[in-house]
Design a protein around this ligand. Structure first.
Ligand SMILES: NC(=O)c1ccc[n+]([C@@H]2O[C@H](COP(=O)([O-])OP(=O)(O)OC[C@H]3O[C@@H](n4cnc5c(N)ncnc54)[C@H](O)[C@@H]3O)[C@@H](O)[C@H]2O)c1
Length: 245
């Protein structure tokens, strides 16, 4: 089940906590990987861990002009892109009345505009080959909102809506487009939260624990697979039940 043999997957934010698990999981399922991130050291280490059928491409998704170059380089290396995982994401939190234009624009550029430009660049080839999977990393706050995160929440809500639009346009061509909305995932950031903050957080999660990056990677592998071919325009919420949407 969920084999991805010889499928080419482009994963953004691959050097991050969730991106690395996505890379390992898709690689175990037989995919060829094009890994991209700002963090060259992280990419190099990940390629060394994974071994064969992996290449990395350093790119700054905040510079949306770099995206065409990135996609051209991946297609040159692998000949095609079957799976795009728009996973890279940033935060620049502030209260709404203090939110600067720069903080707003930075987060929207990386989290949403880069994903748009990447999807636009890869979808034509997918349609021609009658096969494609586009998966966007959203967030529970893209649906629920969160104080101090107007820019981030808007970018994630935008990702969900954008993917629904594209899903409607390309559904008849064998291309599916979906989003994954993680809740609280255990990362170095959540590890250092004070115990009382952690306890308050856990009280809101019916499963009583934070999610693992692997839980997100499993959802990506499923949506990327042939078995998920009748699922498009959807958002899978991976949050231990903290929001039942
Ligand atoms: N960790 C969570 O609890 C959680 C919850 C909900 C959603 N998410 C989403 O999941 C995705 C992955 O999150 P994570 O926890 O692995 O975060 P992370 O910070 O560990 O990884 C993000 C990666 O994106 C890369 N990146 C940042 N800006 C970039 C740019 N301009 N160009 C290229 N690469 C850039 C970073 O270098 C990093 O490797 C993000 O979209 C995030 O918003 C995470």
């Amino acid at each position: 089940m969920f084999r991805l043999d010889e499928k080419v997957a482009l994963i953004t934010g691959a050097a991050g906590g969730i991106g690395r698990k996505i890379a390992h999981t898709l690689h175990e399922q037989g995919a060829y990987l094009a890994l991209t991130d700002l963090n060259e050291e992280g990419l190099k280490a990940l390629k060394a861990e994974l071994g064969d059928n992996v290449e990395y491409f350093v790119a700054n998704l905040g510079d949306t002009d770099a995206i065409k170059t990135l996609v051209d380089a991946v297609e040159e290396k692998f000949g095609k892109i079957d799976i795009l995982v728009n996973n890279a994401g940033v935060t620049k939190d502030d209260l709404f009345i203090r939110m600067s234009d720069e903080k707003w624009q930075f987060v929207l550029d990386v989290n949403l505009t880069a994903g748009f430009k990447l999807a636009r660049a890869v979808v034509r080839g997918m349609m021609k080959r009658r096969y494609g999977r586009i998966i966007g990393m959203a967030s529970v706050v893209g649906v629920m909102g969160n104080a101090g995160q107007a820019n981030y929440s808007a970018s994630k809500a935008g990702m969900i809506a954008m993917n629904k639009c594209l899903a409607q346009e390309v559904g008849s061509r064998g291309v599916t487009v979906n989003s994954i909305a993680p809740g609280f995932i255990r990362t170095p950031m959540t590890d250092v939260l004070p115990d009382d903050v952690k306890a308050a957080l856990l009280a809101k999660i019916p499963e009583g624990k934070l999610g693992e990056a692997q839980d997100i990677a499993n959802a990506v592998a499923f949506l990327a697979s042939d078995e998920a071919q009748y699922i498009t325009g959807q958002t899978i919420h991976v949050n231990g039940g903290m929001a039942m949407i």
